[in-house]
Design a binder for this molecule. Structure first.
Ligand SMILES: [Fe+2]
Ligand SMILES: [Fe+2]
Length: 285
């Protein structure tokens, strides 16, 4: 059983994370565009102009919008065009991911690769299932582990302890986080989603991608991100923080109605996408 001081440390760590509400620049720009979008008088062109003011950010968002992720037949040349074609939630997800990953160092390049790989795999599963919202599901895959970035930025010492625990090779990242902090990146993901006012299509997979059987609002999106996370771990693309490939949840499997024979067509869609995502794999871009 944890001693009193250990419990106090955990409470303190939790408080730390709650206190970190000033993710620099991210909520600022997102809050601004959220306010603009809530106003029915605002046009996509106006929101586009807002994001475009940050030239580096808008260039990154456009590069993702034009990457193999979405496989658009024509080039998206402006943020307002991206808003019309991909929708606000998708562009918001791209803005958030770019901004958050901007704050980290090259040491987390593996997590960035894991995230874009999981996004591509989520998109491949959604496409195979014939879903009309494949772009949104893809962005859910992109965002799913952002809680890990926030933890690395704000609780570096605790994360070193997590890394120590992972050396045994028998724990998943979230299990090691729970042992050290008594909470994990999924909980931080939930906090981020609330803070950024993300729709449940994006929020529930952030919260429950390791426990998809608990999903009630968007069990199908959560199940897709869960399966995609495991597929991309199995492919060895990027680094989720641990080296394990956990089993696919039966509940997720049944929710999606997937069959074993579906894996091959998923991989056929995914593999060429991964190969052409190389231009996105550098954090510095
Ligand atoms: Fe995760
Ligand atoms: Fe993951």
């Amino acid at each position: 059983m944890a001693g009193e001081s250990q419990i106090q440390d955990r409470v303190q760590a939790k408080r730390e994370v709650r206190r970190i509400k000033n993710l620099p620049t991210v909520p600022g720009i997102v809050a601004k565009i959220s306010r603009m979008v809530e106003n029915p008088e605002t046009s996509a062109a106006e929101v586009g102009r807002m994001i475009s003011q940050d030239q580096v950010l808008s260039a990154k968002v456009l590069r993702m919008a034009n990457s193999a992720f979405f496989g658009m037949s024509r080039k998206i040349s402006s943020i307002s065009q991206a808003l019309v074609i991909l929708g606000f939630d998708v562009v918001k997800g791209l803005v958030l991911t770019s901004s958050v990953f901007d704050m980290i160092q090259k040491s987390m390049a593996g997590l960035w690769e894991h995230s874009i790989g999981c996004a591509a795999a989520s998109g491949a599963v959604a496409t195979l299932l014939g879903r009309a919202d494949a772009e949104e599901v893809l962005v859910a895959g992109l965002l799913h582990d952002l809680g890990k970035v926030v933890l690395a930025l704000n609780l570096p010492e605790e994360m070193n302890l997590v890394k120590e625990k992972l050396k045994t090779g028998s724990l998943l990242f979230y299990e090691a986080e729970s042992q050290v902090l008594d909470f994990d990146h999924c909980e931080v993901g939930q906090w981020l989603a609330e803070h950024w006012n993300l729709p449940e299509t994006l929020a529930e997979p952030m919260r429950l991608h390791h426990r998809p059987e608990k999903a009630v609002v968007k069990p199908d999106c959560t199940a897709i991100v869960h399966v995609a996370d495991i597929i991309i771990r199995a492919k060895g693309f990027g680094n989720a923080g641990d080296k394990l490939v956990p089993p696919v949840s039966m509940a997720a499997w049944e929710t999606l109605g997937l069959r074993k024979t579906d894996f091959l067509p998923i991989l056929e869609v995914l593999e060429p996408k991964l190969a052409s995502l190389c231009d996105l794999t550098s954090i510095d871009n």
